[in-house]
Design a protein around this ligand. Structure first.
Ligand SMILES: [Zn+2]
Length: 239
């Protein structure tokens, strides 16, 4: 029974630590990821081949209705394909993906005029895991018409003095946020516990009371605060 009670005690304690420090880590991860929007932009471009299954599924699932309208041919259907490469910009663990979507005709050929292409900018941020996502879509006509304003999905634009807007993705990727909450929460927990643990270790190593630092001089009980020198491990666990 004693063991069961102890196990229950530690399970409750563990649950509380995970909940509290997980929440702190989650808020910290979101704040750091959002602050990234205000950092000066100097991305590192890298070209990656398309991940056909994932990228096509994502484009099909996310493309706004107004952009789908852009592909609508005379017969009323809208078809598209992705261009062969995607570009990925990487900085601070950020991934911003740039894809091109092309309009396809009835006879399965791909149209270059007058419909043109659609540029997709997929922004996923977060470190070490991506936890926020958003995208920007712009229909780019090949000739004749002028391009419409980019259409943002889960993307907040913040105008700034330089020529480019700061963008803030707003859609939460829950698995990424959970992972980041665990990483940041664990790190912050360690950061707060380490100095205390180090100080106690140093006091005990130097034959002082672990509670108040008073020299023990071989006594079983601290003459300053009354803490037992023998039962100090139990005291540490209960705190
Ligand atoms: Zn003491």
């Amino acid at each position: 029974m004693q063991l069961v009670r102890r196990l229950k005690f530690f399970a409750g304690r563990l649950a509380r630590i995970v909940l509290v420090w997980g929440s702190i880590g989650g808020v910290f991860a979101l704040t750091v990821t959002m602050l990234r929007a205000f950092a000066p932009d100097a991305p590192v471009p890298r070209a990656l081949p398309l991940d056909l299954e994932r990228d096509v599924a994502w484009v099909a699932g996310t493309m706004p209705a107004e952009v789908q309208e852009f592909y609508r041919g005379p017969a009323g259907d809208g078809r598209w394909r992705l261009n062969g490469m995607r570009q990925v910009w990487i900085r601070f663990g950020e991934i911003a993906m740039h894809l091109q979507v092309w309009r396809r005709n009835e006879d399965r050929s791909f149209d270059r005029s007058p419909a043109g292409t659609v540029d997709v900018w997929r922004v996923r941020r977060g470190f070490p895991f991506r936890c926020l996502e958003g995208s920007s879509w712009s229909a780019v006509p090949t000739a004749g018409r002028t391009a419409a304003r980019p259409l943002d999905v889960s993307l907040l634009r913040i105008p700034r003095a330089s020529d480019t807007d700061a963008v803030l993705p707003t859609q939460v990727i829950w698995w990424g946020l959970l992972g980041n909450a665990a990483v940041y929460g664990g790190f912050l927990l360690l950061l707060t516990r380490l100095p205390v643990a180090a100080e106690r270790w140093w006091r005990r190593h130097n034959h002082r009371c672990a509670e108040c630092g008073h020299p023990l001089l071989g006594a079983a009980r601290c003459s300053e605060c009354g803490a037992s020198a023998v039962q100090q491990d139990a005291v540490t666990m209960r705190q």
